[in-house]
Design a protein around this ligand. Structure first.
Ligand SMILES: *Cc1c(COP(=O)(O)O)cnc(C)c1O
Length: 386
C-alpha cells in the first residue's frame, strides 16, 4: 500500500477514546474505576422485566420503525409535557436514536456544511469534536474556567461569525457539573434568535441536578421551539448505559433532517429496549426524586473524600462527575497523574485535559465519576487518602 495514512484527515488525532484506555487500565490493574461514567448498579427491576417481556413477546426483535416504536415516541412526549410543560407531536417531532451519541452524530451530519462553525463550551464531551469534524465543520471552543465554570456570555457573543451555524450546548455539563441558569439560557436564546443559529442541547443529565439547581430545556424559551434540537437518553437517567436508547425532540423540519442522516447510520437499534424505556419514562415521580437524592448523597461522599485527600474539589450542581484540581497535591500534569493513579492508589480517574482543545486549560484537572455504590466510593476515598 502507498504511504497515505489509512485514517482520513477528519478523524486524525481522535485515536482511541480516553474511556476505553482508562477502563482497560482499570481491568488490568483491578483498580476501582471512577473513570468512565457508567453506574455499577443496574436500573429499576421493573424496567429490566419490561425488556424481558418485550423480548419474549416478540416486540422489537425485528427492525422497529425508523423513527422509533410509537410507544416510546409517545412516552417521550408525555415526559416532556410532565416535566417541562412542552408539547411535541410523537409522529413528527420525536426521533429515537442509538443513545445520545448517535443523536449527536446524526444531528451534526444532517445540519452542517463543510466550513460551518460550531461553537461549544470546552471542556466538552469527547464525541462533539469528532462529530463536528466528521461533518467537515470547524469547532470554535469557548473555555469554561474554574472554580465555577460559568460561561462567558460576552465571549460567546463575540465568537459568533457569519459562518456560525450552530451552538452545541451541554447542561447539566459533563465534566464540570455546571448547570446553565435561566438568565444564561435567556441570553443564549436571544443571541440564537438575533444571529439565526440552531442550538443543539445535550440534556442527558436532565434529572441529575442538586442544591436547588434546576434543569431548564433551552427549547422552552421564547424563539427556541423551531431552532433547537434537544437530545436526551435513557442511559444516564435509568442506569442502562448499555441499552443505547436515546431520542431527540424538536420541530418537524429539524427532526426530519436528523432522521435523514440517522437512517443511514444505524437505521434502527435496541428494539425490545425501546418498549422498556417507554415504561421507564412513565415511572412515578418518586423514582426521579429518589435517583437524584441518592446521587447527591454519593456526590457528597466522594467530594468529602477527595477534599480530605487534598484535592481541590469543584462541587458539581449536576451530572455524576466531580472535577478536581491536583495542583494542591503538588501535581501539574493530569494525564501523567491519571496513568500512575491505578498503581499508586488502585483508583482510575480521567484527565480533563482530553476534553479541551486548549491543552493548558485543563492541565491539572482530574474527573471522578460517583455513580458507584456507596461502599465503593468510601473505599476509593480511603485509597486516595493513603
Ligand atoms: C454519556 C453521555 C452521552 C452519551 O449518551 P449515550 O446515550 O450513552 O449515547 C452524551 N453526552 C454526554 C454529555 C454524556 O455524558
Amino acid at each position: 500500500m502507498n504511504d497515505r495514512p489509512l485514517l482520513n484527515r477528519r478523524l486524525d488525532g481522535f485515536g482511541t477514546t480516553i474511556f476505553a484506555e482508562m477502563s482497560a487500565l482499570a481491568v488490568r490493574t483491578g483498580a476501582i474505576n471512577l473513570g468512565q461514567g457508567f453506574p455499577d448498579t443496574d436500573g429499576p427491576q421493573e424496567v429490566r422485566e419490561a425488556a424481558v417481556r418485550a423480548l419474549r413477546d416478540g416486540r422489537g426483535n425485528q427492525y422497529p420503525p425508523g423513527p422509533g416504536v410509537p410507544e416510546l415516541r409517545t412516552a417521550v412526549t408525555e415526559h416532556q409535557q410532565r416535566f417541562y410543560g412542552l408539547a411535541f407531536d410523537p409522529d413528527t417531532e420525536v426521533l429515537v436514536t442509538a443513545g445520545a451519541t448517535e443523536a449527536i452524530a446524526a444531528t451534526m451530519l444532517a445540519l452542517l456544511e463543510p466550513g460551518d462553525e460550531v461553537i461549544a463550551f470546552e471542556p466538552y464531551y469527547d464525541s462533539y469534536a469528532a462529530c463536528i469534524s466528521m461533518a467537515g465543520a470547524t469547532r470554535v471552543p469557548l473555555t469554561l474556567r474554574a472554580p465555577d465554570f460559568r460561561p462567558d456570555l460576552d465571549a460567546l457573543r463575540d465568537a459568533v461569525t457569519d459562518r456560525t451555524r450552530l451552538l452545541l450546548l451541554n447542561s447539566p455539563h459533563n465534566p464540570t457539573g455546571m448547570v446553565l441558569t435561566r438568565v444564561e439560557l435567556t441570553a443564549i436564546a436571544e443571541l440564537a434568535v438575533e444571529r439565526d443559529l440552531i442550538v443543539v442541547t445535550d440534556e442527558v443529565y436532565e434529572h441529575l441536578t442538586y442544591d436547588g439547581a434546576e434543569h431548564i430545556p433551552l427549547i422552552s424559551l421564547p424563539g427556541m421551539r423551531d431552532r433547537t434540537v434537544a437530545i436526551s437518553s435513557a442511559g444516564k437517567t435509568y442506569s442502562f448505559t448499555g441499552w443505547k436508547v436515546g431520542w431527540i425532540t424538536g420541530s418537524a423540519p429539524l427532526v426530519g433532517a436528523v432522521r435523514t442522516a440517522k437512517q443511514f447510520l444505524t437505521y434502527v437499534s435496541s428494539g425490545p429496549f425501546q418498549y422498556a424505556v417507554a415504561e421507564a419514562l412513565r415511572l412515578p415521580d418518586a423514582y426521579f426524586t429518589g435517583f437524584r437524592e441518592g446521587m447527591r448523597a454519593k456526590r457528597d461522599i466522594l467530594a468529602d473524600g477527595l477534599t480530605a485527600a487534598g484535592f481541590e474539589v469543584f462541587r458539581p450542581q449536576g451530572t455524576y462527575f466531580i472535577t478536581t484540581d491536583i495542583a494542591g497535591l503538588g501535581e501539574k500534569d493530569a494525564p501523567a497523574f491519571c496513568r500512575g493513579l491505578p498503581e499508586r492508589c488502585g483508583v482510575v480517574a480521567v484527565p480533563n485535559s482530553v476534553f479541551y482543545d486548549d491543552p493548558q486549560a485543563g492541565r491539572s484537572q482530574v474527573r471522578f465519576a460517583f455513580c458507584k455504590r456507596d461502599d465503593v466510593l468510601r473505599e476509593a476515598a480511603v485509597r486516595l487518602q493513603r
